[in-house]
Design a protein around this ligand. Structure first.
Ligand code: GLA
Length: 388
């Protein structure tokens, strides 16, 4: 298994760098977002799954207040003091995910000793598979074990989210962290981002996912935060217009949107329609899955992408091309962008029988159009983060 060789490489490099074995190791996977886009921070619903690649974090006590942290793919080391944890926005920005998670984890705990830490993973960066959340969650689980700190999944997810907001600079929701923690082999995770209650849902054996990694996305560049701000502005507008309480777009239906969007700037109204429509699609999707209606579920994925493309405008030419191509391939039920958008990956729901031919067809079509290959891999929903 690919993950096992990553684990072995990490252990070898750890011993070489620090001259000792780690005392704790944890693993956290990336995630795919299957249905429900930009709904998490609007307190709505999402179907997601943990995937079969991720990141390992290994740690040992440092013997002083110093922390030494190494990204094992680059073999770059950063050093900081336990009493002075600050983000670095210029150099080795990967350190911010670890530092932010560590700072959140030890808040309120009397921690006197730093750590020797190293991480290594196999999630392609900028692919929309949440390599950053995987890093936060394996850091959190590993250091919680090292320091004997008990932390439940939802509070740990919130620590990771705070690291993104305050150390990395992206105002993300909780989707990536929760999916990485809650995943189960062969299952989707359906989360209600108001109650933060999640359940696993079986999709059966007649489906698998393809991830088509197109162009790199960059969530910290501001587009994500602008979309979030537009959703919040729209929620404030609906709170004034509607008779029932509205704190987030979760509280507005599509029917209400159509009537009460009057007075909203057209772009902001379109932005709002996306998460509102997505919530309805997730709930409808849950019913269709229960009935085993995979074609119906897949159609909702196509509808979701259409809404991203024309209303939320978080797609891009390459993602649209892959979705349009996927639609032509026999055995494909649905396809849409996955995650923040503005690049990254398309998730394709396909019959396992047709997965190989669909992968080749998509990769070839992409190469013919753009001259560069797009990496297509078969994804199996997998178990979530754990210590080893
Ligand atoms: C990114 C964010 C998530 C979520 C998705 C879009 O992955 O990190 O919190 O908002 O985009 O659904």
């Amino acid at each position: 298994m690919q993950n096992e060789s990553v684990y072995r490489e990490l252990l070898e490099k750890f011993v070489k760098q620090f001259g000792r074995e780690p005392s704790a190791v944890a693993y956290a996977p990336g995630r795919i977002e299957v249905l429900g886009n930009h709904t998490d921070y609007n307190e709505g619903f999402v179907f997601s799954a943990a995937i079969d690649c991720g990141t390992f974090f290994a740690a040992a006590p440092s013997g002083s207040s110093e922390c030494r942290l190494v990204a094992a793919d680059l073999m770059h080391e950063v050093v900081f003091d336990l009493h002075d944890i600050r983000p670095d926005k210029e150099n080795d920005t990967w350190q911010n995910y670890v530092k932010g998670t560590f700072a959140g984890l030890i808040e309120g705990h009397d921690v006197k000793e730093g750590f020797l830490g190293m991480f290594l993973g196999n999630i392609p960066l900028g692919s929309g598979l949440s390599s950053s959340a995987a890093l936060e969650m394996c850091t959190g689980l590993c250091l919680a074990k090292l320091y004997g700190i008990a932390v439940e999944p939802v509070p740990l997810a919130k620590i990771g989210q705070k690291a993104e907001h305050e150390y990395a600079g992206c105002k993300c929701g909780l989707l990536d962290q929760i999916s990485s923690l809650a995943g189960k082999a062969g299952m989707l995770v359906k989360t209600d981002f108001r109650s933060l209650v999640y359940e696993t849902v079986n999709m059966g054996n007649d489906v698998c996912f393809l991830m088509c990694n197109t162009v790199k996305h960059e969530l910290v560049s501001g587009e994500y935060d602008q979309r979030r701000a537009a959703c919040e502005a729209a929620a404030a507008h609906f709170a004034k217009e509607l008779r029932h309480p509205v704190t987030h777009l979760r509280d507005v239906s599509m029917a209400e949107w159509a009537i009460y969007k009057r007075g909203l700037d057209e772009t902001v109204a379109n932005r709002a329609a996306h998460p509102i429509g997505e919530d309805e699609r997730v709930l409808l999707g849950a019913e269709r899955l229960k009935r085993g209606d995979l074609a119906g579920f897949g159609q909702l994925m196509f509808d979701s992408h259409y809404s991203s493309r024309y209303l939320f405008e978080n797609s891009c030419e390459e993602l649209d091309f892959v979705v349009d191509e996927a639609r032509k391939i026999p055995g494909v039920y649905g396809a849409r962008l996955s995650g923040g958008g503005f690049g990254g990956s398309v998730v394709v729901l396909v019959n396992p029988r047709d997965a190989e031919t669909a992968s080749v067809a998509l990769a070839n079509a992409y190469k013919a159009k753009y001259g560069t290959p797009c990496n297509v891999s078969v994804i199996h929903p997998s178990d979530g983060a754990h210590t080893l």
